[in-house]
Design a protein around this ligand. Structure first.
Ligand SMILES: C[S@@+](CC[C@H](N)C(=O)[O-])C[C@H]1O[C@@H](n2cnc3c(N)ncnc32)[C@H](O)[C@@H]1O
Length: 400
């Protein structure tokens, strides 16, 4: 069996090859072998502290600043995606067992951007974990504020840990806890620095997840990144609100782990990240009893869920009114709304007060860098060596 890991000559050189190789069972050999990292890459510790320092120093933005942000609608849209995922998978668990108190692991939780989503989902307990200590403290403070304001709230615990290196189970108040859901929003890609880290992350995710429980999340879509990079002249692309620069020599191919890039997103992210080869991720996750049940880029995610969650889209203001209402200005420049203008011009009978809901081209370009996914934990039996043997479920997989 040919091993892609540690053998750069075998690294697929373009998007399609990369996809094909990673999905081809004969071509992939998942050993605990970190040779996949080009030797010039800094090793774990150094990179982890850069990421932790970046998120620790991220300022909390006030309401006014958020309203004036050039990524106001993008942020809201990202929150809509996360809310939909949380709602969909809490509902799926409750379809089977309505009264069940739900326990959740929010891994890479940051400052607790999803606290109120868990509150609305009426879960019983959430364990929040993140590498950035200051963010975890802010998450705890926000949780306590929320509890003071609303009285009844889920119980919670807060863990500052490198989830790609530490064993979370050792840090839980109750190490025998089982989760119904594990959510990892915009964080899993940090573990793709090396296969060892990806494995540790997946162990933390899967170890305490109940059979039939769900693991879901959002990550930058590597195929989208690679395809946009290939259209650029210097492996750098973006616009005024986001910019991505691949930091490895693509002529050498695309490493399966440690494929580092710089990601700048206006006022939110500005640090190095790693491409997640999705088919490899799916294959690796299967070893931990996690079976893919859904995956879609944000554009398709929107198509799949916008009808059902239309009210939520409006409530959290995911779209900008076009044309701008009297006394207001559009967030972007005129050229960012050509799509909306073309649509607007086609509407024959319209009232002066009518508006379209849209997103500026720049924000949509940034939004569609991401993808969402969900896995279901399979039931297992044990082999003679005491290792779990997972049974595949029959659930349909939608994969794009
Ligand atoms: C883009 S933020 C997302 C935060 C939150 N999930 C949300 O959606 O608002 C990514 C988070 O991943 C965390 N992270 C990065 N590497 C990590 C690691 N090795 N272990 C745990 N958390 C990590 C960062 O500290 C940061 O809080």
């Amino acid at each position: 069996m040919a091993s892609l890991i540690g053998d750069t000559t075998e690294h697929a050189a373009n998007r399609n090859d990369w996809k094909k190789h990673a999905g081809d069972d004969d071509q992939i050999h998942l050993e605990n072998n970190d040779n996949a990292l080009p030797s010039s890459l800094p090793r774990g510790e150094q990179h982890a502290s850069v990421v932790a320092a970046h998120y620790n120093h991220l300022e909390e933005k006030g309401l006014k600043e958020r309203f004036n942000s050039p990524i106001f609608y993008l942020r809201n849209f990202n929150n809509w995606v996360k809310s939909v995922l949380i709602q969909e998978y809490t509902d799926k668990i409750r379809e089977k067992d309505y009264g069940r108190p739900l326990r959740v692991l929010d891994i890479c939780c940051g400052k607790g951007g999803d606290l109120s989503k868990w509150q609305k989902a009426r879960v019983e307990r959430v364990v929040f974990a993140d590498i950035a200590e200051v963010s975890v403290q802010q998450c705890q403070t926000r949780y306590e504020d929320l509890r003071r304001r609303c009285g009844r709230l889920f119980s919670a615990e807060f863990i500052a840990a490198d989830c790609t290196k530490d064993t979370l189970r050792d840090k839980y108040r109750d190490p025998s806890i089982n989760f119904d859901l594990v959510s990892c929003q915009f964080g899993l890609h940090y573990s793709f620095e090396s296969i060892t880290q990806a494995r540790r992350m997946l162990t933390n995710i899967s170890e305490c997840l109940k059979p039939d429980g769900y693991f879901f999340g959002t990550i930058p879509n590597a195929y989208e990144i690679v395809s946009r990079a290939q259209k650029s002249s210097n492996n750098t692309f973006g616009n005024t609100i986001y910019c991505i620069k691949l930091l490895f020599d693509t002529k050498e191919g695309y490493p399966l782990f440690g494929a580092k890039y710089d990601f700048h997103l206006e006022g939110v992210v500005d640090c190095p990240e790693f491409l997640v080869n999705f088919q490899l991720f799916v294959k690796l996750a299967a070893e931990y009893g996690l079976e893919l049940v859904y995956s879609a880029g944000f554009s398709d995610f929107y198509k799949d869920h916008s009808e059902k969650y239309k009210q939520l889209l409006n409530r959290i203001i995911c779209f900008e009114s076009y044309p701008a209402p009297p006394g207001k200005e559009l967030i972007g420049e005129e050229a960012d709304y050509e799509h909306a203008k073309a649509h607007w011009d086609q509407i024959k009978e319209r009232d002066q007060r009518d508006r379209l809901g849209t997103m500026s081209r720049r924000e949509w370009e940034a939004a569609t860098i991401y993808m969402a996914f969900a896995f279901k934990k399979q039931k297992s039996t044990w082999d003679s060596n005491g290792k779990p043997v997972y049974k595949s479920s029959t659930e349909q997989t939608r994969s794009k």
